[in-house]
Design a protein around this ligand. Structure first.
Ligand SMILES: Cc1ncc(COP(=O)(O)O)c(C=O)c1O
Length: 452
């Protein structure tokens, strides 16, 4: 029988796949080491297992013990898989910028997850590093793996990722391109490849908001380089011990937008559904294309699977909200986003009391006024309220027609949403949009606020 005794021996030996449409314009052959084939769907399974086995061998982790780690998700997944097989409990700290999918996945494999704030200094007691350290001091029979400084991380890639790439390319690899977080992947893989052929170039992909590039080029840890960014998995506000700066020839920074847009292209044009940092790596390679020739064989190591980002880079609304999609948001997109509750309006001859009840029941602040199926006016909650307060004692039977204002402006549903500012303002709280089927929809100030 051709079987694996457990899931852990399926880690590694991932395929190397040539890219085509997404690398048009890059003169070299571009190959991608598709690490999503690992059981935890990321490259981090490799180093998680290595860190765990080394900790066991040193006696740092004993049977029945607790694994503690600060992780953006992927290392946690690798540790949780190994922990499940080997019978360890897992407690992970992560930062609140990580996608919900990643956190839910860690819980799905039995881990306890503590979410910590992103925008605090690493030595702040609330940071995910500090919380992990504290937990390891307080939890008996536990071990904090600390993937940043634990050198088993880069050794895992020296022992497995590097040799695989060398063998798969038959020693023809000329460039290694890798997004850098803890530095384990680039340093271990790069060192192995350079030992085989010192001419192999190793390029790290970094983010805006991270210290790596400047530190590599100047030796200065510049705090001004550190600011919040959206890309996940790469870039740091610390210098992890796993980053071997001597192995890395060059760092290229990629914007949050370019990484996200390229990840989407990889899914649509190559059929490979990958995480954010994979997009950054290919976008970084495009930025460096002038350094390449047709004889070059570039291997880009990608880290994780796109399923962890379905609520983010693969979600059009998320992309648009950050200005990452060039297609402009239209009124019809706003209509589609609104919860469908029908077009609520009032007839001109109805009483003000009826209009008031309608507003209250549906929790709305303005009502279009209709007559014979046509829009003839509008009523705002302040119109109704001032009338009701004034006439409270009179108990009169006035109708909507007595107090209504001009009809709300009408717009086409293909109007750019940004143009709504011409219509919606202090005096005019809403517009009526008509869709292709001729149905009316109200777009209010509230909808615009939701959009922002
Ligand atoms: C999605 C993703 N990309 C890239 C990286 C960077 O890899 P490394 O930590 O080996 O530098 C990580 C690490 O956490 C990651 O999770």
């Amino acid at each position: 029988m051709d079987i694996h005794t457990n899931i852990l021996s399926t880690i590694g030996n991932t395929p190397l796949v040539e890219l085509h449409r997404t690398v048009e314009g890059i003169p070299a052959k571009v190959l991608m080491k598709v690490e999503t084939f690992n059981p935890g769907h990321s490259i981090k399974d490799r180093m998680a297992l290595k860190m765990l086995e080394d900790a066991e061998a040193r006696g740092d982790l004993k049977p029945g013990g607790t694994i503690i780690e600060c992780t953006s998700g992927n290392t946690g997944m690798g540790l949780a898989i190994a922990g499940a097989v080997k019978g360890y409990k897992c407690i992970f700290t992560t930062s609140d910028k990580q996608s919900k999918e990643k956190i839910d996945l860690l819980k799905a494999v039995g881990a306890e997850v503590i979410v910590c704030p992103t925008n605090v200094a690493p030595d702040d007691p609330r940071s995910y590093y500090s919380v992990a350290r504290r937990l390891s001091e307080q939890t008996p029979n536990s071990y904090w793996f600390n993937q940043y400084d634990n050198l088993s991380n880069r050794t895992a890639h020296y022992e497995s990722t590097g040799p695989e790439i060398w063998k798969q390319t038959d020693g023809k690899v000329t460039h290694l391109v890798v997004g850098v977080g803890t530095g384990g992947t680039i340093s271990g893989t790069g060192r192995y490849l350079k030992e085989q052929n010192p001419d192999v170039k190793v390029w790290g992909v970094d983010t805006y908001g991270s210290v790596f590039k400047k530190f590599h080029e100047t030796g200065e840890f510049d705090e001004k380089e550190v600011y919040p960014y959206i890309t996940e998995g790469i870039g740091e506000d610390i210098i992890p011990k796993n980053v071997d700066f001597d192995i890395i020839d060059y760092f290229e920074k990629v914007t949050d937008k370019d990484g996200a847009v390229m990840a989407r292209r990889l899914a649509r044009e190559e059929g490979i559904l990958l995480g954010y940092s994979a997009g950054s790596a290919i976008a970084g390679l495009h930025q460096l294309k002038d350094k390449l020739t047709p004889d070059d064989v570039v291997v880009v190591v990608i880290h994780d699977h796109g399923s962890r980002y379905v609520g983010k880079i693969y979600n059009d609304d998320w992309m648009r909200e950050r200005g990452f999609l060039d297609t402009e948001l239209r009124v019809r997109d706003l209509i589609a986003r609104k919860q469908k509750r029908g077009f609520i309006s009032v007839e001109k001859q109805e009483s003000i009391q009826q209009a008031f009840t309608l507003m209250k029941d549906h929790d709305i602040s303005q009502l279009p006024v209709m007559e014979d199926g046509k829009l003839v006016g509008s009523l705002t909650e302040s119109d109704v309220l001032s009338y009701m307060l004034e006439k409270m004692s009179e108990n009169g039977q006035a109708t909507v027609a007595d107090i209504m204002g001009a009809p709300l402006p009408m717009v086409e549903d293909d109007l750019a949403a940004t143009q709504l500012r011409k219509y919606i303002n202090r005096q005019m709280p809403a517009v009526i949009a008509t869709d292709k089927a001729g149905e009316h929809h109200i777009i209010t100030q509230y909808d615009l606020i939701q959009l922002m």
